[in-house]
Design a protein around this ligand. Structure first.
Ligand code: 48H
Length: 263
């Protein structure tokens, strides 16, 4: 029996509404669906936390699709191999302690793993602001369609509450910058109290500091992935991606603690 256009529309709207309504009150809201955000979502969902990613592009994967300079390969160090292989990604050893993998396979499989674990992923949705309460705690994300943002239409946003908000927006650390800009006298829980900005390439240091600094930087708000190095003024690392997965995993642990102290 043919399906009418109206029934197609009903199917889309009913499915969307049911699933989005479930996301109005989250344990963890993640801004950005790159490798760090996706890994964090996977580990949180696997532990039963209610977690959603809001990704402003139509696709997830952030800067991983293009590997190094559009050669679709990424380098993974030993410490992150279990995480990446845990997603089902095939990795080949190529140097002592280092492996090479296909960036397209890695994006696809880590995304599938996060979805299978129960994370929700919303694409085309920008985190344009946060919600804040009297105790200066970040209590949720403020959302708008990316298309609205790009068209610069004056359309008011909607909001989702969360016990923890994760900035996994990559080099821009967009959410932390928003908090810093909009909260008078804001002091981040970081070395300098403010966003320092990412430093030039030094892989070894960048990969170490990203793990050390993956943490809560403002009450209710934590950082993961390259956003961490942007906030703390650590170097970039090029196409070595292990730190993104390790930071995502640590961010899941930090977020889980934040949720538990608020429950
Ligand atoms: C919703 C947003 C918003 C917003 C941005 O850039 P990403 O891949 O970030 P990470 O940290 O997971 O991985 C970084 C890695 O890809 C990389 O760039 C490396 C290793 N660089 C090293 C080097 O030397 O250059 O993903 C961030 C995602 C993107 O998909 C953005 O579209 C998205 O966040 N995003 N989503 N609301 N306000 N801002």
């Amino acid at each position: 029996m043919p399906l009418s256009e109206i029934e197609v529309t009903r199917g889309i709207l009913e499915g969307f509404s049911r699933d989005f309504l479930e996301c109005l009150s989250l344990d963890v809201a993640i801004a950005g669906g790159g490798p760090a955000g996706m890994t964090a979502a996977y580990f949180l969902a696997r532990e039963g936390f209610k977690v959603a990613i809001f990704e402003r592009n139509l696709h997830v994967g952030g800067g991983m699709w293009g590997g190094g300079m559009l050669f679709p390969r990424i380098i993974i160090q030993e410490e992150a191999v279990d995480i990446v292989r845990g997603f089902g990604v095939r990795l080949e050893p190529f140097h002592e302690g280092y492996y090479v993998g296909d960036s397209v396979e890695t994006v696809s499989k880590c995304t599938a793993a996060a979805l299978d674990a129960g994370a929700r992923v919303w694409v085309g949705v920008s985190v344009e602001d946060v919600m804040i309460r009297e105790d200066d705690r970040v209590t949720g994300v403020v959302l708008n369609w990316r298309a609205v943002e790009l068209a610069q239409m004056h359309v008011d946003p909607l909001a989702v509450e969360a016990k923890a908000v994760m900035d996994a927006t990559g080099h821009e650390c967009d959410v932390v910058r928003t908090v810093e800009r909009k909260i008078p006298g804001c002091r981040l829980m970081s070395t300098t109290g403010s966003v320092v900005g990412e430093k030039p390439m030094w892989s070894e240091v960048g990969e170490k500091e990203i793990i050390d600094n993956t943490r809560e930087v403002y009450p209710g708000l934590l950082v993961a992935g390259m956003a961490t190095n942007a906030v703390f003024g650590s170097p970039r690392m090029g196409a070595i991606f292990g730190g993104m997965f390790l930071s995502g995993k640590k961010a899941a642990e930090v977020a889980a603690e934040m949720v538990q102290t608020r429950s």
